[in-house]
Design a protein around this ligand. Structure first.
Ligand code: B12
Length: 219
């Protein structure tokens, strides 16, 4: 008993994805009372809380503010490059390995012509931290490619994110057909209740972090 406590004090469970001595890492929490989020045996809950709060309370408001400055013509070119290059690059680092594992798979993409994929990446990273495997097709994905990927990997759900309604509207017939074959969800400012109901897709109305946290594993 003393030995177990001493070991626990010396070597607390390493968060998933954090370098550590894998051979010595405990298979699960040392203490059954250890608070870890669903789908993660060892990552402490506070690591998850820090991450989701950094996304929801810092990054998303920053992007909204940047958009306003952009529209007002007061954002610098450096700020634009930061948003279009550095932020996605940093998120890609956090997304490393999100396609592997044994959890259910979600397939994420933006419709043709849509380049705003930062929120979709955030959504995928939070889902992955809750045990999901992520198939990521990214910005401006042809619907035929999306349908092909869905047919081979059987994801549940497929999530399409768009900033303007036109990018989804222009592929409405293809989305209607896709929604008959796989559970389809639409998200982002361009996903309207009209497009969702016309295509038979579910509408995600909340921010990417909250939606990912609320997405339940398929039964
Ligand atoms: C970063 C950025 C870019 C980057 C994108 C980089 C990338 N890889 O994503 C780049 C530089 C490429 C870019 C390009 C353009 N952009 Co831009 N961009 C932005 C900016 C600053 C942030 C976008 C973002 O990530 N927002 C964060 C999300 C979370 O906020 P949100 O969009 O309000 O979303 C809410 C919900 O809809 C929901 N949500 C959104 N997406 C998702 C996804 C999921 C899965 C879920 C669950 C929820 C969800 O969460 C939010 C609520 O908290 C916005 C400003 C803004 N207010 O968003 C402009 C903005 C979206 N861009 C805009 C424009 C006009 C453009 C360009 C046309 C500019 C140009 N002249 O070239 C191009 C269009 C490119 C294209 N074809 O898609 C306009 C869009 C206006 C409109 N409705 O038509 C905005 C609003 C700026 C503005 N105020 O004018 N952009």
């Amino acid at each position: 008993m003393h030995r177990t406590i001493a070991q626990a004090v010396r070597r607390p469970p390493a968060p998933d994805g954090v370098a550590g001595d894998a051979a010595q890492r405990p298979a699960g929490p040392v203490d059954p009372g250890w608070p870890s989020p669903a789908g993660s045996s060892a990552r402490p809950a506070w690591v998850q809380v820090w991450f989701t709060s950094a996304m929801r309370d810092i990054l998303l408001p920053y992007l909204a503010d940047l958009g306003e400055r952009w529209q007002a013509g007061t954002a610098s070119i450096a700020a634009e490059h930061f948003a279009s290059t550095l932020i996605p690059g940093r998120l890609a680092g956090l997304a490393r390995g999100w396609g592997s594992g044994h959890g259910p798979q979600a397939l994420l993409a933006c419709p043709p012509g849509e380049l705003h994929d930062i929120p979709l990446m955030i959504f995928g990273i939070v889902l992955n931290r809750n045990g999901w495997r992520i198939g990521y097709l990214g910005p401006s994905t042809p619907v035929e490619e999306l349908a092909r990927a869905a047919a081979t990997s059987h994801p549940d759900p497929v999530v399409l994110a768009a900033t303007v309604p036109e990018t989804l509207e222009q592929v409405r017939p293809e989305l209607t057909s896709l929604a008959r074959r796989v559970p389809l969800a639409l998200a982002g400012a361009g996903a309207t209740p009209q497009t969702a109901s016309a295509t038979g897709a579910r509408l995600m109305t909340r921010d990417p972090v909250t939606e990912a946290e609320q997405t339940r594993w398929p039964q």
